[in-house]
Design a protein around this ligand. Structure first.
Ligand code: FAD
Length: 325
């Protein structure tokens, strides 16, 4: 991180909440479910579909998981009632994974059953390395129980990702559904890349492996070298807008809102211009929409985990006209 970024991070705890709130507005739909539904209804006009995140993560007591169970359950009902093209992103630690994994499995299973009744897919966001294996185990356990509307995120920066791709796709076959991203958590150097170029290369390699494994591949990056690589990797495999997925002889049944074997994903508020261009070319583009009251904690934690976000925050403050979705 440069000096500028360090200064911004150092100033954040002393920055008035209303300023953080103003910046967070770009990245967060609002404090409640209604604000998320309103925002998605407007953005649907841009051909976007969505994955919705209820803000909040690692809980301290199992009782706290009830809030997430109830809120996600309301969210499923609201998506079903509104007819929006949206699925869910959940954080396993919010369901108790770091406290009692059997309780977390049971909580997630209940949610999955409800989502499945409405043909809604559930993505397990990937948190830091303490829960990489535990998160993958949740998805594998649910698939074993016949609940296939669930998939994990893998992080390009982690050394283990190539072997995770082969193990998961072997276990879950044509139902395998990945999101691939670089990974936001700054992990120790014995388990992860830290150099920008190495992270891009590893992420692009993971995208190739996912596509070659036959898995549904959700590409979650705003970075031009990753997006450009993905476009040519798709083209060289005969994949693209409106084309049937050529990797499977018989059509694979997936949740209703899925693309032809792949999609692109963007965070709310980040590089909307690129997303609109891809959508205009016919690619399925999904926006990650967080909502909830924990926006302050969310913004501050993201910043501590990856101070490079500070430069985006600074840009939003100094050049507010760029602060658009
Ligand atoms: P970068 O090089 O960081 O960004 C490329 C360009 O995008 C920047 O130059 C800038 O123009 C723009 N940009 C990027 N971030 C911002 C920002 N915050 N504000 C303004 N402009 C910005 N990580 C996980 O560890 N686990 C997850 O489950 C996870 N889920 C994700 C889901 C989605 C849909 C997306 C898009 C990302 C997710 N991530 C997750 C985060 C991801 O790992 C990266 O940390 C993040 O996307 C930044 O990497 P990048 O590939 O976009 O490239």
């Amino acid at each position: 991180m440069g000096l500028f970024g360090r200064v911004i991070v150092g100033m954040m705890p002393f920055t008035p909440r209303f300023i953080i709130n103003w910046v967070a507005k770009r990245y967060v739909a609002g404090p409640d479910l209604d604000s998320a539904i309103r925002l998605m209804s407007v953005m649907s006009a841009e051909d976007a579909c969505f994955t919705v995140d209820v803000l909040g993560e690692e809980i301290a007591t199992l009782d706290e998981s009830q809030f997430f169970i109830d809120e996600y359950s309301r969210l499923i009902d609201a998506i079903a009632d509104s007819g929006l093209d949206a699925n869910l992103s959940i954080k396993p630690t919010a369901f108790g994974l770091l406290i009692d994994d059997s309780v977390a499995h049971a909580n997630i299973e209940r949610l999955l059953h409800k989502a499945a009744r409405h043909d809604i897919f559930v993505r397990l966001d990937m948190e830091d390395h303490r829960v990489t294996k535990g998160t993958i185990d949740v998805a594998l356990a649910m698939h074993e129980k016949g609940l296939t509307n669930i998939g994990v995120v893998l992080q390009g920066r982690l050394f283990r990702t190539s072997s995770d791709i082969s193990e998961i796709s072997e276990a879950t076959g044509t139902a395998t559904d990945f999101r691939i991203c670089k990974g936001i958590y700054l992990e120790p150097s014995d388990i992860a890349h830290s150099d920008y170029r190495a992270i891009v290369d590893a992420t692009n390699k993971a995208i190739d492996l996912m596509l070659d494994s036959g898995a549904y591949t959700a590409i979650a990056s705003h970075d031009t070298p990753v997006i450009e690589h993905s476009l040519s990797a798709l083209e060289s495999r005969g994949m693209g807008p409106g084309k049937a997925d050529p990797r499977h002889e018989t059509e694979v049944t997936r949740s209703a809102d899925k693309g032809p074997g792949y999609e692109f994903q963007f965070l709310l508020g980040v590089r909307g211009d690129v997303r609109r261009r891809l959508a205009g070319e016919g690619h399925i583009t999904r926006v990650y929409v967080p909502y909830g009251t924990k926006w302050y904690e969310y913004s501050m934690r993201r910043l501590r985990e990856n101070p490079e976000v500070a430069s985006h925050v600074a840009k939003a403050l100094l050049m507010p006209w760029t602060n658009r979705r």
